[in-house]
Ligand binder design. Structure first.
Ligand code: AOF
Ligand code: ZN
Length: 352
């Protein structure tokens, strides 16, 4: 097997992982082959907090196998820090692997090139396929974007009727997506560091903003509510949002009873910088339309999932956004998929 084939295999293994399971960790795959191209072990990072891909692959290797002439193909640079698990560089060196081919460097500053240096210092031959950076961004968009910019990767999400409306009338909570579509939305939530809504959605819908219909082993995402004018009051705070909720407001005096309140000017880039500094890697913006439009206008977004159903809400409905408006804001339609009773129009912003 040549290096290109080995890395393509490692990337395919990485894709075995569900992004909601690896959460804030990257999806990584690894395969170990001997000099004749025989596979000795393969694996991937299954979930946040679990063993890494390299160690998962090494676990399949027959004990006592001499790995001096073997090559490890791994989609991301082996880590070298003590995190939730021990450093992969030590595992690779201890196993006696002769050569390591890496898809791309780890953008995490705790690793970024140091993993390569440690392997080389221990006499391991290392090759980095620099051109794989693009593939890495496709595999782990939020992880790469966050480490590159210090800001969370922003995904916008809106559910609408056939006539691009978000509710049958103003102030009316309207159920749009069915159970199957909701499950896909919960899987999307499960991938996030944080989920954001505006005060209008908070007061009208009071969504729990938790991951429910799919199983997750990691923490629930942080809830973020934008309440510039300080409209939220103590009854709301005392309820389901008492904990793990962060409020951004200009009017801090009025926002009482929440455990985390941050003073904020109303500028979305400032918000993203602050969330990034809190370690927030990915942010799902769930509405409503006013907030979503503000993110579009500020060019503060990376992807947009618009779920459209077949019912029409008619002339009293609350206008959302059409695909034309998203395209006008720089969105490129990358995929359409039927999910339950909805079509998911998946857009990505041309310039990240
Ligand atoms: C690897 N192989 O399979 C993954 C890596 O907290 P930890 O110990 O799980 O470390 C998480 C960091 O390790 C993560 O931020 C990223 O830099 C790297 N992920 N590295 O060698 C893997 N998942
Ligand atoms: Zn590792």
């Amino acid at each position: 097997m040549n290096d290109e084939g080995g890395l393509a295999w490692a990337v395919a293994l990485a894709k075995q992982a569900d992004p909601k399971d690896t959460w804030e960790n990257p999806r990584v795959g690894a395969v170990i082959v001997d000099r004749n191209g025989q596979v000795l072990g393969q694996g991937y990072h299954h979930r946040y907090g679990d063993r890494h891909a390299e160690v998962d692959a090494l676990a399949q290797v027959e004990p006592g196998t001499d790995l001096k002439s073997a090559t490890l193909y791994v989609s991301l640079e082996p880590c070298c820090q003590q995190g939730k698990v021990g450093p992969c560089t030590a595992a690779v060196i201890d196993a006696g692997i002769g050569r390591v081919v890496i898809g791309s460097l780890d953008p995490n500053p705790a690793v970024n090139g140091r993993g390569v240096a440690i392997l080389q210092a221990a006499g391991v031959e290392v090759d980095v396929q620099g051109a794989d950076a693009d593939r890495q961004a496709l595999l782990n968009p939020a992880f790469v974007y966050y480490h590159r910019t210090g800001k969370p990767y922003v995904q916008l999400k809106l559910a609408e009727s056939a006539d691009w409306q978000v509710a049958t009338k103003q102030g009316q909570q309207t159920k749009i997506t069915d159970q199957v579509a909701d499950q896909a939305i919960h899987a999307l939530r499960g991938r996030q560091s944080a989920i954001l809504i505006g005060s209008e959605t908070a007061l009208v819908d009071q969504p729990a903003l938790t991951v429910r219909s799919v199983k997750i082993d990691h923490d629930q995402p942080l809830r973020v509510i934008l309440d510039r004018r300080g409209r939220l009051h103590e009854q709301v705070a005392a309820g389901q949002w008492a904990k793990r909720t962060l409020i951004y407001s200009q009017n801090n005096d009025f926002v009482r009873g929440f455990d985390q309140v941050q003073a904020w000017s109303g500028d979305l880039q400032e918000l993203l910088v602050d969330l990034g500094q809190r370690g927030c890697q990915s942010l799902l913006v769930e509405g409503g339309p006013t907030i979503i439009k503000a993110f579009l206008k500020a060019q503060a977004w990376q992807s947009f999932d618009l779920y459209q159903t077949l019912s029409r809400f008619g002339s009293n409905g609350v206008q959302g956004l059409s695909p034309t408006a998203i395209a006008a804001a720089g969105g490129q339609l990358k995929a359409t998929e039927v999910v339950g009773n909805a079509i998911d129009f998946h857009f990505e912003r041309e310039v990240h």
